[in-house]
Design a protein around this ligand. Structure first.
Ligand SMILES: *Cc1c(COP(=O)(O)O)cnc(C)c1O
Length: 355
């Protein structure tokens, strides 16, 4: 096997997806499966489809293009770029939107391509990333969209916990529910979708605090990594569908404190060292270009990560559970950011596992 490798357990992803889809269905919620964590890799997306999700969603149109062959509606998550309007209309069915000027560009493109394009208007409930904040601007946007012949306003949505860290709650989601009612009454329309956020909204399931009107969730890391609000593990799901394997290229006994006057490291930081005497150190052939060392956790908890430069990961293996040799591999659990960058790095081999 080529290294470094990210090993992807398709059965675990399938299991997680089936379980979350069942829970969502029971509450009348459609699942938009978010594929951006794995750059829209078709083999992983196929498991989400087999697991019963209703839509495929990604922040980048390039990733949605990779999923063209999968028979589900495609939704663009990131607020669209006007410069990509033609590509977006050609390669997706729905966008999350907040700017009338952009929706107009999508409408013009849709007319040109002989299509009717669907949008979900994003409302900012306080997290302060995307979405319209002021109520009068929401009304102005709805009025504008209703005048665009090639656009269908499917509904409204929100995103939480991404920038401001604002948690989903009954209170903030009820604002969305009430807003839909107001808009439907004011303009005599039906807004069939209320998109109630990302995987963090699953945290309202156990208490039943999620309003019954929420009928779509956009789920990414919960399906693939089994994590939800605050990246905490969700009970009953697999949390280790992605494992990074790196190969050891050097093992040497060395002091724990460098010798000589200390300047800056490769990334401009002043390194700090604890003197533990002589230690066995291993270098693995993987680095910050692939994954940030803070996003890695050795599966053998007795191995310690000392640091990383662009292409070298340095480990203290003095206390490792098994005796390691040059040419062996070391395995790591990945945090969300680590999984994202390892999937994005073309230097990391993608290795699929199936029972
Ligand atoms: C990434 C993203 C999601 C999915 O987030 P997870 O935390 O992986 O569930 C949902 N909605 C939007 C708008 C996103 O950008």
């Amino acid at each position: 096997m080529k290294h470094p490798a990210i090993c992807i357990d398709l059965d675990k992803i399938r299991f997680n997806t089936e379980k979350m889809v069942r829970q969502c269905r029971g509450r009348g919620i459609h699942v938009a499966a978010v594929t951006k964590l794995f750059c829209g890799h078709p083999a992983i997306a196929a498991e989400l489809v087999a697991g019963g999700v209703d839509l495929l969603a990604d922040s980048r149109i390039q990733n949605l293009k990779r999923l063209e062959h999968l028979p589900l509606p495609k939704m663009l998550l990131r607020i669209p770029m006007i410069s990509q309007a033609a590509d977006i209309v050609a390669n997706s069915d729905i966008s999350l939107v907040s700017e009338p000027k952009t929706i107009q560009a999508l409408s013009n493109e849709a007319s040109r391509q002989g299509k009717r394009y669907q949008v979900i208007l994003m409302i900012d409930l306080g997290d302060l990333r995307e979405g319209i904040f002021h109520e009068h601007e929401i009304h102005a946007a709805v009025k504008a969209v209703l005048g665009m012949p090639s656009i269908h306003l499917m509904g409204i949505g929100t995103n939480l916990t991404c920038y401001g860290g604002v948690k989903p709650s009954r209170e903030n989601l009820i604002r969305l529910v009430n807003l839909r009612k107001d808009l439907e009454n004011a303009y005599n329309i039906i807004l069939e979708v209320i998109s109630g956020g990302n995987g963090s909204t699953l945290s309202l399931f156990p208490s039943g605090d999620i309003p019954a009107e929420i009928n779509q969730l956009r789920l990414g890391s919960s399906l693939t990594m089994g994590i939800g609000l605050n990246d905490e593990p969700i009970d009953g799901l697999y949390h280790d569908a992605f494992i990074l394997e790196a190969e050891i290229t050097e093992i040497r006994e060395k002091p724990s404190v460098p010798i000589g006057e200390i300047g800056l490291d490769a990334f401009g930081n002043t390194p700090v060292f604890v003197d533990k005497g002589m230690r066995m150190r291993a270098i693995c052939a993987v680095g910050r270009q692939d994954v940030h060392p803070d996003h890695l956790r050795p599966i053998d908890s007795r191995i310690q990560i000392l640091g990383a430069s662009s292409d070298h990961l340095i480990l203290d293996i003095t206390d490792s559970a098994s005796k390691l040799a040059v040419g062996n591999t070391v395995s790591f659990h990945l945090a969300y950011g680590g999984c994202l960058s390892a999937m994005t790095s073309e230097y990391v081999h993608k290795h699929f596992i199936r029972a």
